[in-house]
Write a protein that binds this ligand. Structure first.
Ligand code: GAL
Length: 302
């Protein structure tokens, strides 16, 4: 059993740093990727079979990661002009069945100001290998901040990110190899300043959860639904309480055997980022397929 909002430790007894993260099921394990801003690390990866005990597997991305210029005119620097760390946020990873590669997408800022608003891509042959950074760019010139990835059963995948200084959210379909953006398929919530997107599909309905834009401070989560990812999308509906139980969405976890869905979120500590915590809550649905989220202190993921 995990206590929501407590310090969670890996099987070595170290604090788990997987903020703004994502999980992927591969080769019999759940892999948990997330921001780790300690030392030279950007993204750490943990794995588990029971979703309770997490083994640290290494750093997927660091200031010293290998880089490769996959796309033309893509900024592949992992340190900024002042020699400091850049900012890598909300890393998400999918497995591409066609290429056999694990592909990470993330939000990239230069670590000096917050104006780069770019998306970054990295790739690895193994889920917990060292990823090669393929650089960052502005998709079709758009700003791109808080983001998520979503994979369809047919293998097509989508990247969703906050654009126009967070005013809008754009859904992009990825290229077949997941290493680039193919086309922007939808632009949502114009002027609503929705961020921290997390998308889950259940019984043919897409549920897109987002927070409002208040930095590290939690706010009211809202969701929209659609029967196709390109829309039409419903209007936004509140879910959870006014601070979403002091959380911001990171991603949805669908458990392999049970099909149960969990809302996995960050409880940020804006004063001490490294002390940010996690909250995982079951996402349930009423008989009209409306999602329900309520708080529970202790959680067993089944
Ligand atoms: C939040 C965002 C986080 C982080 C933070 C920085 O709005 O969701 O991922 O970027 O702002 O202030």
């Amino acid at each position: 059993m995990l206590t929501n909002g407590a310090i969670w430790r890996d099987t070595d007894g170290n604090i788990i740093h997987a903020h703004g993260g994502h999980m992927l099921f591969a080769q019999g394990y759940y892999y948990w990727y997330g921001e780790n801003r300690t030392n030279d690390t950007y993204v750490s990866v943990y794995r588990s079979t029971d979703l309770m005990h997490w083994e640290y597997r290494g750093d997927a991305l660091t200031t010293g990661s290998k880089t490769d210029s996959y796309r033309v005119r893509t900024d592949t620097s992992l340190v900024n002009a002042r020699g400091g760390k850049i900012n890598i946020e909300r890393p998400k990873v999918l497995y591409n069945g066609k290429t056999g590669k694990y592909v990470m997408w993330m939000h990239v800022e230069n670590g000096i100001d917050y104006h780069q608003a770019a998306c970054g891509v990295a790739v690895s042959d193994t889920p917990d290998g060292a990823f090669t950074y393929l650089g960052c760019f502005n998709p079709f010139g758009e700003m791109s901040r808080d983001c998520t990835l979503f994979q369809e059963e047919d293998g097509s995948a989508y990247f969703i990110s906050a654009a126009r200084d967070n005013a809008d959210l754009v859904i992009y379909r990825l290229s077949e190899d997941y290493l680039n953006i193919d086309v922007a398929v939808q632009r949502l919530f114009q002027g609503e300043y929705r961020e921290a997107p997390a998308l889950v599909k259940r019984e043919g309905i897409y549920y897109l959860f987002t927070s409002f834009c208040t930095g590290w401070d939690p706010n009211q989560c809202r969701y929209a639904t659609a029967k196709a990812i390109e829309g039409p999308w419903s209007m936004l509906t509140d879910i959870g309480d006014a601070t979403t139980f002091d959380t911001q969405p990171a991603f949805f976890l669908t458990v392999q055997e049970s099909g149960n869905i969990y809302y996995v979120s960050d409880r940020w500590n804006g004063k001490d980022y490294h002390d940010s915590r996690y909250v995982i809550l079951p996402l349930t649905f009423d008989d009209q397929a409306r999602p329900q989220l309520s708080f529970t202190d202790r959680i067993t993921i089944v």
